[in-house]
Design a protein. Structure first.
Length: 140
């Protein structure tokens, strides 16, 4: 009687072990691995898209807060083309004075029509090392 019991236990353990081995082998086939990688990439893409949407929403919210704090709602208009000649590439906008009582009204008026620098001096660039091996590689 004991021998039959242990033979049944051994047969059951063998069936269970074979089932687990077949499942593991199926998971490690190239088709299964590529499907897992593709699902992971899609999930990562969805997370990146959600993050970008959250950042855009936060930026828009912060921009509105700054506009409210500085009283800058509707402070730029497009000048007519015939009003003045502007070199190509420069935007044709001018600022309108802020509403009385707003925080922006306390700022002194700008003396120049330009607020951004037109040219910046370039810093000299360092030459790139020649292609191929570098002197600090330890492969020889």
């Amino acid at each position: 009687m004991a021998r039959i019991f242990w033979m049944a236990v051994g047969a059951g353990a063998t069936v269970w072990a074979m089932k687990k081995a077949n499942e593991a082998a199926q998971r490690l086939t190239p088709e299964s691995l590529s499907g897992t990688a593709a699902r992971g990439a899609l999930h990562l893409g969805d997370l990146a898209k959600q993050f970008a949407q959250d950042v855009r929403a936060g930026m828009a919210e912060r921009e509105e807060q700054l506009k409210d704090d500085l009283g800058l709602h509707g402070t730029a208009v497009v000048e007519p083309r015939s009003a003045r000649r502007v070199p190509r590439g420069e935007p044709q906008y001018r600022a309108i004075s802020a509403a009385p009582g707003s925080p922006a009204a306390a700022l002194p008026p700008s003396r120049s029509s330009r607020t951004t620098p037109q040219t910046t001096e370039e810093t000299p660039r360092r030459a790139l090392p020649p292609r191929g091996g570098t002197p600090n590689r330890k492969d020889h």
